[in-house]
Design a protein around this ligand. Structure first.
Ligand SMILES: [Zn+2]
Length: 504
């Protein structure tokens, strides 16, 4: 609220505007969602937000062409505006959110209050907001409770796979293609406004290699006011992709939207805000996905399928490294968010460090991704490895400390030259080997999805064999090096690597 350092200023003389400001509640309003179609049949969706009754700010998304848009798609898109609202909220945090764009049931209002409590925690922590800053009141016209939308499957099943560019979406894609009832697997890329897909030969290479069509949901955040806060962070991208994915699947007539969210995402970051643990990846966790699935099920018949939930991130990396049919993607995938370029690994962030650990646990050529540089030999990388094995998880999409410790031990087990990092964080023993075979709870899946496909993968069997070998070594007290069979190598494009210290 307005405050004045100069005590001589008389509030009464400032006129009605300031007086009104005192009376207006601290409110961000999602005012409307408008949907229009271009001559080329492309769909343009615009979301309007207003802070304290001020002028509207717009966020837009462009969706693939289609003659008509059904009600299911329109509903999902309207509700997606409540995820996008996180962006303007992080420019101007406030205690109350009013949704005028769509009516909400009591359960739906609670869903969003729970969502914002999780989604805003990282931002509130980094910006020193009040302890109760994430306790948001959500107001909307009351909607009547709705039953789940019944699916109408006729014949073969068609799915849309979220294209992230990393190993997880490729493993989820592989499971989709192996499904007996799934006839079509296509891709959806959610673009944050930089024409990422058009400019990325990696992303296009993934689609070309995998096959299938690629569709884009192109966001435009350019109308947003710059945050006055120093640390914009914690935007719920996975939640946005979920709504976009189900919405586009409904638009284009797909039966499911498949994502590659793994079990490690449910583990928090070991730091607390307002008494609750912050989780950078809360919107990939099993619990959040269950609530989301129930929410989306009342808007659309499209299934939200999350087949990697039983797997640790390191197990997903194992499947990626050891599954023969995924070898062509080794030179194409990318999991770094910090390089500022869709095609580049920065080689100097927590995610690059974790992926290097995870790959080097199963392959000897992890350094090829980083221009031949062995990140274990780089003193600059020590703080990242230290963070990864520490009690506070990096605010990035990385595996847990135990997985990192296991990956480091497995990497050491494969190598003659261990480098400074492996020397610092391993002692030659392999701990937590059970993480290679352990399974977490599976996410609820539609009847047409066969969960047994995961266990039938050769790479999953190879992980079990590796676990058995480690157990045998331990029981005998021996230490056998290089038990994983050497894999053939694929060329890696050298332009795909930049070092931040090289000028970025
Ligand atoms: Zn990086």
């Amino acid at each position: 609220m307005a405050s004045f350092d100069d005590a001589s200023v008389d509030g009464d003389t400032l006129g009605g505007a300031f007086a009104a400001l005192e009376l207006v509640p601290d409110t961000l309003t999602y005012t409307r969602c408008t949907i229009a179609q271009d001559a080329d049949k492309t769909w343009r969706v615009a979301y309007a937000y207003s802070f304290c009754g001020g002028p509207e700010a717009w966020m837009k998304v462009t969706l693939p062409p289609r003659d008509a848009m059904n009600d299911e798609c329109r509903r999902v898109l309207a509700h997606a505006g409540l995820v996008l609202l996180c962006w303007p909220w992080m420019a101007t945090p406030c205690r109350k959110i009013v949704c005028k764009a769509t009516a909400l049931t009591a359960d739906q209002r609670q869903f969003w209050a729970d969502f914002y409590r999780e989604a805003f925690a990282e931002f509130a922590l980094h910006n020193n907001l009040d302890e109760d800053a994430c306790d948001i009141e959500v107001e909307a016209e009351l909607a009547e409770d709705a039953e789940p939308v019944a699916a109408q499957h006729q014949g073969d099943v068609r799915v849309l796979c979220g294209l992230g560019g990393g190993k997880d979406s490729l493993v989820a894609w592989l499971l989709s293609t192996r499904q007996p009832r799934v006839s079509t697997v296509d891709w959806l890329y959610v673009d944050d406004g930089g024409d990422e897909y058009e400019n990325s030969k990696r992303l296009q290479g993934v689609v070309r290699t995998a096959g299938g069509a690629a569709y884009l949901a192109k966001h435009d955040f350019s109308n947003l006011t710059e945050s006055t806060y120093r640390t914009p962070c914690g935007h719920p991208w996975a939640a946005l992709c979920a709504f976009d994915g189900v919405g586009v699947a409904a638009l284009l007539g797909y039966d499911g939207f498949v994502v590659g969210h793994e079990r490690s995402a449910a583990e928090g970051n070991g730091v607390f805000f307002g008494g609750r643990e912050v989780n950078h990846q809360f919107d990939k966790s099993l619990a959040w996905e269950a609530a989301l699935r129930s929410y989306l099920g009342r808007l659309s018949s499209v299934s939200y399928v999350s087949p990697l939930q039983p797997l640790w991130d390191l197990q997903v990396a194992g499947v990626f490294c050891l599954e023969v049919s995924l070898r062509p993607f080794y030179s194409l995938f990318r999991s770094c968010n910090d390089s500022g370029d869709c095609d580049a690994w920065c080689g100097a962030c927590a995610k690059c460090a974790f992926v290097f650990c995870a790959l080097s646990a199963f392959r000897d050529d992890a350094s090829r991704i980083f221009h031949g540089v062995d990140l274990y030999g780089e003193p600059d990388m020590i703080p990242f490895f230290e963070e990864l094995v520490g009690s506070e998880k990096a605010m990035d999409c990385v595996g847990t400390a135990r997985e990192t410790a296991l990956a480091l031990a497995l990497a050491r087990r494969r190598r003659k030259v261990i480098g400074v990092a492996l020397a610092a964080f391993t002692d030659g023993n392999v701990r937590h080997a059970h993480l290679l075979i352990e399974r977490g709870a599976a996410a609820s899946a539609p009847a047409w999805w066969d969960s047994n496909v995961l266990e039938s993968l050769d790479s999953v069997k190879a992980l079990a064999a590796l676990h058995a070998q480690i157990e045998e070594e331990r029981s005998k007290g021996t230490y056998v090096n290089r038990l994983c069979a050497a894999l053939p190598t694929e060329p890696v494009d050298p332009s795909g690597w930049t070092r931040r210290s090289d000028g970025q």
